[in-house]
Write a protein that binds this ligand. Structure first.
Ligand SMILES: *Cc1c(COP(=O)(O)O)cnc(C)c1O
Length: 396
């Protein structure tokens, strides 16, 4: 692992170059094989990746796609979700989760999240479903559970709510492939599971990519058709309106090499999270993320809460002064985005707004050395105890 020359060497938020120093030869070998056979669209690496991902998750089927967003879209297209349909989803997530129902003409219904785990709040979901039913304007069609930051959404409860109202369940697992719930890898908690291979996700490619996992062979068949323009059993038979949603063979080749290292990388992320938790437990100015019970996170993001927006700004500045990058996921809840606000029914979502003003993510990637982690922990302690300025107020 790369060593650092001095204490002031910047610690990046993500370090894909360091990862390439570790697994570059395996990636080059896989890519060279594709350059030799030239089957750039749906080549043998795509089928191999689909088998390996399905095996990893214990899912019946995997269909590799062009992005996590396209995975969400194809899953909803396959259910015929569109105008007049309500799609329930958390307000505190990445934009794609709300974008897809809107692209299909459906209405996102924003649900608040839990202040400790940051996952969708099931009691509020129940309230929102009843609200939509009572209003009678939209049909409750789907629940998109987002496994935020690497941790699983409360799936048992989400399935219960969905079953009560005959709704489709979609797992937006873009950030959390590799996590477990009840000892089982994510991938079978919902009717379909969407994953993303965006470079910064735990299993990241070298470009855009995604996949859908499902145990239902009929759905898998539909997903394959929809990713290739709705084709039937022969290429020039168009059965439905689809899209171009295929994963490139070159991306599949990169991902196959990445998958060989994925288990070690998850272990490393978990060790770093444990070190952060232990180091920050006694700091009054900061709250560590609550672990979802009976699960193991994929640690896409390690996010802490500061007392308020000013404390966060001060902490970020103090970390920056020590060469340590931080980030804010997400500075705005989705119902406050200019594009989505007009589609929001005005329901208050106070926890999502509170998190947007106080959350801060620390570097979290497998290339962080133990020395890096020690430096980050010391810098965070200094930043929130106010060595760089006013101390952060204590928070509950
Ligand atoms: C990254 C992400 C997506 C979209 O994935 P892309 O591959 O970038 O299209 C969707 N949902 C969530 C929660 C994400 O974090």
């Amino acid at each position: 692992m790369a060593d650092h020359e001095g204490a002031a060497t910047p610690i990046p938020f993500l370090d894909l170059k360091a990862q390439q120093r570790r697994i570059g030869p395996a990636i080059r070998e896989r890519v060279a094989a594709v350059l030799d056979h030239c089957q750039f669209i749906l080549g043998p690496e795509v089928a191999e990746l689909e088998r390996r991902l399905a095996d990893f998750a214990g899912a019946g089927h995997c269909v590799a796609l062009s992005s996590g967003t396209d995975a969400l879209q194809i899953a909803m297209m396959a259910e015929g979700i569109g105008r007049g349909d309500a799609v329930f989803l958390p307000a505190f997530t990445y934009t794609a989760t709300a974008e897809v129902p809107l692209v299909l003409g459906a209405t996102p219904v924003f649900v608040d999240v839990d202040p400790d785990t940051f996952q969708i709040d099931v009691a509020h979901l129940r309230f929102r479903v009843e609200q939509v039913r009572a209003e009678g304007r939209l049909r409750p069609a789907a629940i998109v559970g987002v496994d935020l930051f690497g941790q699983p959404a409360p799936w048992a409860a989400l399935r219960e709510v969905a079953a009560e109202h005959a709704m489709f369940t979609l797992d937006d697992c873009a950030q959390s492939f590799g996590a477990t719930l009840g000892g089982q890898p994510l991938g079978r908690e919902a009717d379909a599971t969407a994953i993303s291979f965006f470079p910064s996700k735990p299993l990241g490619g070298y470009g855009d990519g995604g996949a859908l996992l499902t145990d239902d062979p009929a759905r898998a068949k539909l997903y394959r058709s929809l990713r290739s323009h709705g084709e039937g059993d022969t290429r020039y038979e168009v059965l439905r309106t689809g899209m171009n949603g295929r994963l490139d063979t070159l991306q599949a080749a990169v991902l196959l090499a990445k998958l060989d290292a994925f288990g070690w990388e998850l272990e490393r992320r978990r060790a770093i999270a444990d070190a952060y938790d232990a180091s920050f437990a006694a700091l009054p100015g900061l709250r560590t993320p609550r672990r979802v019970a009976d699960s193991e996170s994929a640690w896409a993001v390690y996010a802490v809460l500061l007392a308020d927006e000013a404390a966060r700004e001060a902490a970020q500045a103090a970390l920056r002064a020590r060469g340590i990058s931080s980030a804010v996921y997400y500075p705005r809840p989705l119902h406050r985005q200019p594009a989505y606000e007009p589609h929001h029914d005005g329901a208050p979502l106070p926890v999502s707004e509170m998190l947007a003003s106080r959350i801060m993510a620390l570097p979290m990637h497998p290339e962080l050395s133990d020395r890096d982690v020690t430096r980050i922990c010391a810098a965070v302690a200094e930043a929130v105890s106010g060595i760089a300025g006013a101390p952060s107020p204590a928070i509950s």
